[in-house]
Write a protein that binds this ligand. Sequence first.
Ligand code: ADP
Ligand code: ZN
Ligand code: ZN
Length: 673
Amino acid sequence: MIAQVIVNSSAQELNRIFDYKIPEGYTIGENIDIGYRVLVSFANYKSLEIGYIIGFKETSAFKCKTISKVCDRAFDEKKFELAKLMARRYFCNLSDVLRLLVPPGTSNKIDKINIKYERWVRLTKKYLDYLQGHVEEIKNYKIRSQKHQKVIDFLLDNKEIPIAVLTDFVDVGAPVIKALENKEICESFKMEVLRNPFLNKIVKRTSKLELTKEQENVMNQVEIGKYCEYLLYGVTGSGKTEVYLQIIEKVLDSGKNAIVLVPEISLTPQITDRFLARFGRVIAILHSKLSPGERYDEWRRIQSGEVRIVVGARSALFAPIKDVGIIIIDEEHDSSYKSETTPKYDARDVAREIVKKENAPLVLGSATPDIKSFYRAKQGEIKLLELPNRISSQGMPDVKIIDLREELASGNKSMFSRFLYDEIKKNLENKEQTILFLNRRGYSTFIMCRDCGYVVKCEKCDVAMTYHLTKNKLLCHYCGAEKQNVSICPECGSQNIRYFGTGTQKIEAQINKMFPDASVIRMDIDTTQKKNAHEIILNKFRDEKIDILLGTQMITKGHDFSNVTLVGVLAADSSLNIGDYRASERTFQLLTQVCGRSGRGDKKGRAVIQTYLPDDFSIQMAKESNYLRFYENEIKVREKLNYPPFCDIMVAVISRGKWAKSSRRCKAIFQNF
Ligand code: ADP
Ligand code: ZN
Ligand code: ZN
């Protein structure tokens, strides 16, 4: 028999099937199958290459070599079908997709799989037989030392145990064990250990809450055991997560398993804690901040079947979990669900393909759904579920918009309006906590007049132009138009032109000066480089009752702190000018999410949005937390300008060594459309 093999390479020339003979001793369906990884010698390469078996046939038209080594099984036929679909849809090599399906860290070094071992010890079978009288007296087995006897007694009780634990418990040194080994009374052996990322984590178990009528209603509409796509639109704090937990419980009871995607999971330890607290160790967590070894171990726990729920970032879709009974995508509007590296896929589309095959529901949840998803719901392609009210009787926070132009006119040049200053002071006096959000996307890249709020935009595309320092020019990232940089506002003639972006560090210093007695903790790219840094900062904020949490985008997501009653947005505008047709959508989402961090407990929340563009529709709607009106307006704009969902935008990057070559290639592609 011949195995059809795909070689693990991104080179386009190798994106095809190669034939290899199956070695002696291997039978299809037993120890070799579709999805096995193999090592093969390839062309005149010196080292062996990794390949994936994707099929079999009787004979080959070529004189082919034999597979050098059969390794582990990385995926099954279902996953392979998915991979084929993705390779077609996302224009990439099959091996680029297959790489997602293998255990993390092993796609390029199959022989050096990162397994951690411990030495364990147990009594020998011979000695146990002897104790039971099956074997005649052996002189070695006479025990004179009390220490030896203690070890033996302990092993009789505990059977197998790590040497380190044994020596600790019985209080003997390693030489004692060695001596017993020499007498063939006990034997030590290598035991694989799974690194456990939760090892030092204490999580209190929770039981399910009694659902509100609204939650109950949503629960009842989600049918398990059947393919259907749902969009759960629920305001911040409306109890979406509790609904997820209970639907999953239902799925587990039906014998199936669940996948939950959360955005940038390392930023949101709280949500994983909630899953852990409800379901315990049947959960596996996969995210980028785990060490490669930890990730690999989680992967193997999933493979072993002990895991029922995988919680993770988008790549968790490819975890080897069987019988998927539901996929939930939380904060479905989040941009991290689109992969920007090869293969460039949208997790929501891939999830849909998976649940279709598994006859299972797909639940997309958000307080601020992607315009495209909501449009699909309106068109009847997705079933819309709603949680319009907060669980807390205090309702949504009161939001006030502050016009920074007026502040400036009255001589206040700081980043804090007088109103926000007073509110922070009030919170400090009441011992309530404050979150300050600095919208830093588009850092220093766009230019705005501080007197009238004018932003230089591309006339054709109506998006903000991006400032390029190296050229000292403004560029439109859509059509490539260039403009001279401005130093005087073309609208009002003011010279108060500002390059946008103020660092968090600078603001922290300002806060320290304004409120010398307040404790401040900062969360941004600088303070979160270390592993678990997010979690440490957030725990500190919660447990040590730090007065002010100051941060960038990463503080906007998914946190639930009951003592936070004030959220301040220092400058709302920077995401309005990111040079993207989704700028309004992003701004609305960001502001709604961040304001939604306020007043989640039993105290009423407040939020202050500082802006140079107080009349902007996305800011106004975020103030009202009115997604529906925002949507109605935005969808009209999209239709008029023919932006998605009324068209698809595709970016094709063509790179060749020489300009002439790439230009020719571009033309060829262009003519094909
Ligand atoms: P969301 O995911 O929509 O932001 P959460 O599920 O975090 O909302 O719920 C907000 C808060 O309300 C949480 O503190 C949660 O424990 C609480 N909560 C949710 N559902 C209920 C319920 N049925 N009864 C009581 N408290 C609830
Ligand atoms: Zn343009
Ligand atoms: Zn101006």
